[in-house]
Design a protein around this ligand. Structure first.
Ligand code: DGT
Ligand code: CA
Ligand code: CA
Ligand code: ZN
Length: 570
């Protein structure tokens, strides 16, 4: 285990403790602000680069963002004694399960207490079956019952959806399992469309053995459905996999159908109906029932009078009409990317040093990267002062000599402060090759204030682009309620760039907004936001978003070669 992992472990332990305290306080009906304070402090501790124990030894706990005196005392007690008196005390008073029940919308602390203490319901699953069986009818009226059930379903869906890397990983494991048995399989569903979250994994094969093989696959926890040509299973990881077998002449139609989206399918089917034909997962059939197409996707689309539509566009957002007019965009591809404009090193919160990061990027065949460590006001991320940036630049100059013609751009991810100003004065900012701006703090402002911050940062003459504009963290935090129309308008007016951050939990801007930006002529930077060499791969997820946003190579800033990029930045 390396030092970084040790740090993370101990920090995670303290963070979990603070989260637990927050949950428990919440189910005990504690003041919301106090609860939020615990969760915010937990997040700071979890994400900080320094070891919390080290900070504690140096008596600097209160320097951690969102850690005030009260929380510092609790961390201190825990690190000294290994336990937390307050936690033990409250735990004894709160029935098990109450915190979990409160995830269901409409269930507050009191109801949670009653359900779990008086009625013995200790999980969301318990609650669902009790509601469905009518066992709680004496407690809740039909409207409340219904709203609980809706909320439980949303919760289940939310918790079931995977981020792209997880879904890809599961698919690859299955693909090699099938491969070892000599069974060829194809990816379908939202995973093939490259959607940022994936509900379940859809697999097709023209080999009928795929069905038995799936049911017999190690790691299957439960076979949900089993037929001759289809099966659905649940893996031990909780992931659902649907497998379907088709005849070779049906393969293309099946791929179109199960790749979806459902709305895309409906648009295609209506097109067929309009001609008096029929389209389903088995093929395209003429008015006499004769088979017109079905073996390949190409054939199906051609049969309908259009060009093949890339899976990423199949959301019924105009792609069918565009294909009929032969006006589909020539989408940006992974190989078009010439460099990466956001990444971090050990100078701030990255896990490897600058030279290792640069060499890893060069090895990928990039022409350039921008190193964009955080600026001084992000203390939890070890943000750099002017003086430290200047030292970093010396290292960059040295490395640029060593690695030429590969080029490391002097960059920064500068913090947008609460009032919309950014770290550092203009003269200093102008010494950078490229400046990204982003906000990581004070999200609790009004939508207008948050929008104002983003807009005024874009309006700063030294800022080149806005990083991860909404700050969403998929599955954990909704994006800030900023007015992206205004942000796009300002980027357009000032000729600035907006980012698609490729971290799988960010993917921010999303496909819909990146497309709007492109339609306004605003360039998009697709970046990895890597904090380690492996994370340079994130750029692939960013490219997926860009494709889903209809972006062509020329719409993406970092498809430019170095010379053109520098021109665009100056
Ligand atoms: P997910 O799994 O929620 O991320 O999204 P998908 O798109 O993978 O949806 P899924 O797994 O339920 O179904 C796979 C594809 O099958 C879907 O994209 C389109 C097709 N499909 C499923 N149900 C229907 C339907 O009722 N009508 C039509 N036309 N297509 C459907
Ligand atoms: Ca699916
Ligand atoms: Ca499915
Ligand atoms: Zn950031």
């Amino acid at each position: 285990m390396n030092r970084h992992q040790m740090t993370t472990l101990r920090n995670a332990e303290v963070a979990d403790l603070l989260d637990k305290l927050g949950d428990i306080l919440e189910s005990g009906g504690e003041d919301r602000f106090k609860v939020i304070a615990y969760h915010r402090a937990a997040t700071s501790v979890r994400n900080m680069d320094e070891a919390v124990e080290q900070v504690w030894k140096e008596k600097r706990l209160e320097d951690i963002q969102y850690v005030g005196q009260g929380i510092a005392k609790k961390i201190d007690e825990y690190l000294r004694t290994g336990r937390l008196e307050a936690l033990e005390r409250i735990k004894a008073k709160i029935p098990p399960g109450a915190p979990k029940l409160m995830k269901v919308q409409g269930i507050g602390p009191r109801t949670a207490y009653r359900l779990s203490h008086d009625l013995g319901i200790t999980s969301v699953g318990d609650l669902k079956s009790a509601l469905e069986a009518g066992r709680l009818d004496p407690e809740f009226g039909p409207r409340v019952r219904e709203s609980f059930l809706v909320s439980i379903e949303k919760l289940e869906n939310f918790e079931r959806r995977m981020l792209l890397p997880e879904a890809e990983g599961e698919f690859q494991k299955l693909q090699s399992y099938f491969g070892a048995l000599g069974i060829e399989v194809m990816m379908a569903g939202s995973l093939r469309r490259g959607k940022s979250t994936v509900g379940d994994i859809d697999i097709l094969s023209i080999d009928p053995r795929a069905i038995d093989a799936m049911a017999g696959c190690p790691g299957v926890a439960q076979v949900l459905e089993r037929g001759q040509k289809r099966t659905s299973v649940k893996l031990e990881s909780g992931v659902q996999v649907d497998v379907r077998a088709f005849a070779p002449e049906e393969c293309g139609a099946a791929l179109v159908y199960f790749t979806g989206s459902k709305d895309h399918n409906i648009a295609l089917r209506n097109l067929a109906i309009g001609k008096g034909w029929k389209l389903n997962e088995y093929g395209l059939f003429g008015s006499g029932g004769e088979r017109l197409a079905g073996e390949t996707e190409d054939e199906v689309y051609r049969g309908l009078g259009m060009r093949h539509i890339p899976p990423e566009l199949r959301e019924n957002r105009g792609e069918v009409e565009a294909s009929l007019r032969d006006e589909l965009p020539d989408l940006v591809a992974f190989d078009d990317i010439k460099g990466d404009l956001q990444m971090h090193t050990t100078w701030s919160d990255g896990s490897v040093d600058l030279s290792e990061m640069a060499k890893a990027a060069k090895e990928r065949g990039y022409e350039y990267i921008a190193v964009t460590d955080h600026s001084e006001s992000v203390r939890v991320a070890n943000g750099l002062s002017k003086e430290r940036f200047r030292r970093q630049w010396k290292e960059i100059d040295r490395l640029n000599d060593e690695l030429a013609p590969f080029r490391i751009l002097k960059g920064a991810e500068v913090e947008i402060k609460s009032d919309g100003s950014v770290d550092f004065d203009k003269a200093f900012l102008d010494e950078f090759d490229i400046v990204g701006a982003s906000l990581h703090q004070n999200f609790r402002q009004s939508a207008e204030k948050l929008t104002e911050r983003a807009v005024s940062a874009l309006n700063h003459p030294s800022v080149d682009f806005l990083c991860h504009p909404t700050n969403r963290l998929i599955g954990r935090r909704e994006g800030n309620p900023i007015d992206l129309r205004r942000v796009i308008a300002m980027a357009k007016e000032t000729g600035k760039t907006l980012e698609v951050d490729g971290q799988p939990q960010r993917l921010d801007l999303d496909d819909v907004w990146a497309r709007r930006a492109m339609e306004e002529g605003v360039p998009i930077a697709v970046d990895s936001d890597a904090h380690s060499p492996g994370e340079l791969d994130n750029i692939g997820y960013g490219v997926m978003v860009a494709r889903r946003a209809w972006l062509k190579s020329k719409d993406v800033m970092n498809t430019n070669n170095l010379r053109r990029l520098l021109n665009a930045l100056s």
